[in-house]
Design a protein around this ligand. Structure first.
Ligand SMILES: O=C(O)CC1=CCC(=O)O1
Length: 261
């Protein structure tokens, strides 16, 4: 566990694997933290320098008052990677983390040699749907939304197990201000044009039963990037790194091997 002091914000990050290995960076989704990657990291070979962090307003990172902008989320990880002297990383981002991947690749291609765009898109939802979500959090708290969120994150199979409570607790215990700020950052993001200008090895991953970023939406974003491929994980919702870690890691490893990382 480490805290990076970036001046106006502190970000919680963690390193596993070989500190001299080829870097892989993992970015979390809305209402989660770096623990969503635990199962994948445990399955990866020890040769990589594996970096994870909690996005602002999430996990153990600082939680400034909302609103947040996508520019700020991208700048956070840009400064973190500069401070850690990381270059040429494979950047794996889930959902809003995948938006950060796109923004970072557009801004600093020296930091990103390849992307894994997991359960994400150039634009997720509409301004109105995110405004509604923010209003619902303000009126009823995250507890009032948690069951609906779980239906998007996981299939009925996982939801029938005790593990569900663990992830439900993660979202209901998320800092409300951080959750709201991140919804506002997503609401203001449309990466269609900038992402269309990207050329780099990219693996897009979708979950067959993802209620937040359905497979067709992920496929469409993959189609914007020259050098992309698409992979569907079956029997998975929005968070396949949690629900299908064997499939997820196997596909990630095939991608890493194919690009010689
Ligand atoms: O609605 C959700 O919780 C899924 C989601 C959308 C953006 C994100 O990061 O997670």
């Amino acid at each position: 566990m480490h805290m990076a002091d970036l001046g106006d914000i502190g970000l919680h990050w963690r390193e596993d694997g070989n500190p001299h290995g080829a870097p892989i960076v993992f970015a979390n989704s809305l209402g989660t933290d770096l623990r969503i990657w635990d199962k994948v990291v445990a399955r990866l070979p020890g040769q990589y320098r594996i970096l994870r962090y909690d996005m602002r307003g999430h996990g153990l990172s600082d939680c400034p008052p909302p609103p947040y902008s996508m520019g700020a989320l991208v700048r956070d990880v840009e400064r973190l990677l500069d401070q850690l002297e990381v270059r040429d990383a494979v950047f794996v981002g889930l959902s809003v983390g995948g938006m950060v991947a796109q923004g970072l690749a557009v801004k600093r291609l020296d930091l990103v040699r390849a992307m894994v765009l997991s359960n994400t898109a150039a634009k997720i939802g509409t301004k109105e749907t995110w405004e509604d979500r923010v209003a619902a959090v303000k009126s009823g708290g995250l507890e009032s939304l948690a069951d609906g969120i779980m239906e998007k994150w996981f299939t009925a199979e996982l939801r029938a197990t005790p593990e569900l409570r663990l992830w439900r607790n993660m979202v209901t215990r998320s800092p409300e201000q951080g959750y709201i700020g991140t919804c506002q950052a997503i609401a203001g993001t449309d990466f269609y044009t900038p992402t269309s200008g990207l050329t780099l090895p990219t693996l897009a991953i979708a979950g067959s039963e993802d209620g937040s970023t359905p497979p067709d939406l992920v496929r469409e974003t993959a189609g914007l990037v020259r050098g992309s491929e698409f992979h569907l994980i079956r029997r998975s919702g929005h968070i396949p790194c949690v629900e299908r870690p064997d499939d997820y890691t196997e596909r990630l490893m095939e991608f890493l091997t194919a690009i010689g990382h």
